[in-house]
Write a protein that binds this ligand. Sequence first.
Ligand code: NAP
Ligand code: ZN
Ligand code: ZN
Length: 350
Amino acid sequence: MSCRTIKGFGTYAVNEPLKEISIPRRALRETDVELEVLYCGICHSDLHQIHNDFGHTMWPVVPGHEIIGRISAVGNQVNKFKVGDLAAIGCIVDSCGSCEYCYHDTQQFCENGTTFSFNTPDRYMNGEQTYGGFSQSYVCDENYVLCVPPFEDLAAVAPLLCAGITVYSPIKHWKIGADKHVGILGIGGLGHIAVKIAKALGAEVTVFTTSKSKLDDAKRLGADHVVLTTDENQVKEWTKKLDFILDTISAKHDVNPYLNLLTWQGALVVVGLPPEPLDVSAFNIVHGRRSLAGSNIGGIAETQEMLNFCFKHNITADIELIKSDQINEAFLRLEKNDVKYRFVVDMHST
Ligand code: NAP
Ligand code: ZN
Ligand code: ZN
């Protein structure tokens, strides 16, 4: 298949800063749209990938999977979008469409391999991989592109495309509502949106943070209670009080003290991806018939549902909008946990 060359921000090796590089984008297939990228969020998964934390980064890597843009071209069989429409692309840009998981709209678990927005083989470009949203434009089948409700601040919508769906999906799956007490571990990009979504559903929310600087802010975000986790006694005060805990922590940590905060039949759901294995004492889950579970982003239909839900409840991310020449500085600050609460790159500043 023919392709053209565009500019993106990527890197050829671990520890090398991102720089402007040339990347291929496929020519439009009949059901493809082209999106001119306006804004792209910086997720901690982008940082894990450029560090090759999971050992499967394909070089060069152009990260970015929280993409807001404007449709700039459409294939001749496209009927969901027209040129000029606002649209969004998240983590998933393709899947087989015929396996059991795709059938159930959980394309993130596709048996034949989900195509992620970067760092995965492109199904239509032999031998080529996908390159993410830190780029001028993106080409994607229209069925994997989301409609953007008329939010006021589009840049603050970008983080919903990964952080938003990653926390929305488990919160819905575990039926969180007004009768539930929810704990959120870590308030970074994912965690701060989780607080807003859980509150919009009426839950009582307790935030667990290592950052003194976030204690007051957590309340502003809507949390009912805030716990500084560097103080073990503060953590223990919540023993057997929580129905559901969402663990968004990006680095190695001990989940055992948090399992003990779960009430009878409660669930601790891991979405954070520390590269190291979790070390769990069986006693902490057999007692009280507790569950330890995980969740991974969310399917396309659920991502659209989440965007509509956030629009209805006036939920966007708290962001720091940066220019494209600040990407490397932003990654360094994210690594130091120095962002409230998501960097978003204004791609038009390129
Ligand atoms: P982030 O903005 O960096 O937030 C992570 C938060 O974890 C930090 O703000 C901090 O919260 C806490 N934290 C960091 N280091 C810690 C440590 N050593 N001990 C305890 N807490 C620590 O990252 P993010 O973008 O929200 O992503 C969070 C994790 O989820 C990453 O691992 C990312 O790869 C993963 N992720 C998974 C999925 C999925 O589908 N499963 C999707 C997206 C991202 P406090 O300052 O409040 O302590
Ligand atoms: Zn499939
Ligand atoms: Zn992400």
